[in-house]
Design a protein around this ligand. Structure first.
Ligand code: ATP
Ligand code: MG
Length: 387
């Protein structure tokens, strides 16, 4: 069929033509946002899942839902390069300006802008970069301690939103990259908002180690947030993700073909999109049979290697890549000792690589002492690429 019209969308955060299997999670989040809008206390949400399961897509969908319900949203993506304060400052400026445009008294909004100015000075951001031409006013959010300053700032944001009968939804992607201090500050700030029942909800997403990281940073984080897991799709959801876009063009996908896609993709959303994309380009008739699956398999694997897997290796050293290759040779629950054995080296010499791969988010520890890839099916890729 016409590639120009191809609705499938393998990519990062790109909305799929059919957002399958996430109904319950979206409903839970909708209630959370609704409660925040009504000034009722609500837990936050920290979603966790492997690479390519659709976390960013869900955050984007929640942002859309929140705005539809009348809330204002802030979206930041944590990276190893920038601080949370930097990411938040310019977004918050925009938020205060939006609040300012809403009719009615704006005392809290004006106060909020001054507090933002204080915060920017206190965390040593360049005011010029944010473009906020206001004099600081000593006293709030200017201690230089991010934990208390961020809590002060968020409180002012929430009060300004309340003044305008609005709620704020803060969405944070890749939360596992936040340094401990910033993650702690975020949790503490949310804790304060929750105690004061202010209209401010926080939803984050990150790799599976996030739940443990949050708990270690602040023990009360366990009660403050829900931790839904974003997993691979079930067979039924995979069927929906593949069938629906074809059905809207009058093309039927045979059950055996769906079963094959499920078997190959294991229900991982990114892989499903790549399969759908290649099938669409290949199919000529009004029916997708098992023959088409066989015809596109090589192309799908090639595209996944080039676009999904290879990109993950770019920031790694040769030693780190070896470690991952060693892991790919192990089966079952993987321990460092297994990796050492597979590579013919010793555990002590691998500990630095293990630590840096954990920090880079390439691997995580599903249980004490065990290791796993954060990228689904990465082991097969490593073995394929070293043949
Ligand atoms: N529920 C779904 N049904 C079908 N396809 C989906 C679904 N969710 C996400 N996708 C597709 O999966 C791909 C990956 O989505 P997304 O980038 O949101 O994943 P992610 O979990 O944020 O990955 P990463 O950890 O690498 O950032 C996208 O191509 C998206 O269109
Ligand atoms: Mg993402």
């Amino acid at each position: 069929m016409d590639p120009v019209q191809n609705p499938f969308s393998p990519g990062a955060g790109t909305p799929p033509p059919e957002l399958a299997g996430r109904g319950e999670l979206l409903e839970e989040a909708r209630i959370m946002i609704g409660r925040a809008l009504n000034g009722r206390s609500t837990q936050g949400m920290l979603m966790t899942g492997l690479r390519g399961v659709g976390k960013t897509v869900i955050l984007n969908e929640l942002m859309r839902m929140a705005e539809e319900q009348g809330a204002l949203s802030l979206f930041v993506e944590a990276t190893a390069e920038s601080t949370l304060s930097e990411l938040l400052a310019s977004e918050l400026k925009k938020l205060f300006f939006s609040l300012n445009r809403i009719a009615g008294t704006a005392d809290k909004v004006k106060k909020g802008l001054v507090v933002l100015r204080n915060f920017i000075g206190a965390v040593h951001l360049k005011v010029g970069d944010i473009g906020l031409d206001i004099e600081p006013f000593a006293g709030i959010a200017d201690s230089g301690n991010i934990e208390t300053d961020l809590a002060d700032l968020f409180e002012c944001v929430a009060e300004a939103a309340k003044e305008k009968k609005k709620a704020v939804l803060l969405l944070v992607d890749e939360v596992q990259y936040l340094p401990k201090k910033e993650l702690g500050a975020l949790i503490m700030a949310f804790h304060r908002l929750q105690q004061r029942q202010l209209p401010f909800a926080v939803i984050g997403a990150g790799l599976p180690m996030l739940a443990e990281l949050a708990g270690k940073t602040k023990s009360y984080a366990e009660r403050l947030f829900l931790y839904p897991q974003v997993d691979a799709l079930t067979f039924e959801a995979t069927r929906q993700a593949i069938e629906t876009p074809f059905a809207s063009c009058g093309v039927q996908v045979e059950r055996r073909a769906v079963e094959k896609v499920y078997e190959q993709s294991k229900g991982y959303p990114y892989f499903i999109q790549e399969w759908g994309y290649q099938i669409w380009n290949r199919v000529e008739r009004k029916r997708v049979g098992i023959d088409v699956i066989d015809e596109v398999r090589a192309k799908v694997v090639k595209r996944l290697d080039e676009n999904f897997f290879h990109a993950r290796l770019e920031r790694l050293t040769a030693g780190e890549k070896d470690f991952l290759y060693g892991m790919s040779l192990c089966s079952g629950n993987i321990h460092v000792s297994d990796v050492a054995k597979a590579l013919g080296s010793n555990v002590a010499s691998l500990s630095k690589r293990r630590a840096s791969l954990l920090a880079k988010g390439m691997i995580y520890s599903p249980r004490y002492g065990e290791l796993a890839f954060t990228v689904p099916m990465f082991g097969q890729f490593m073995r394929r690429s070293r043949k």
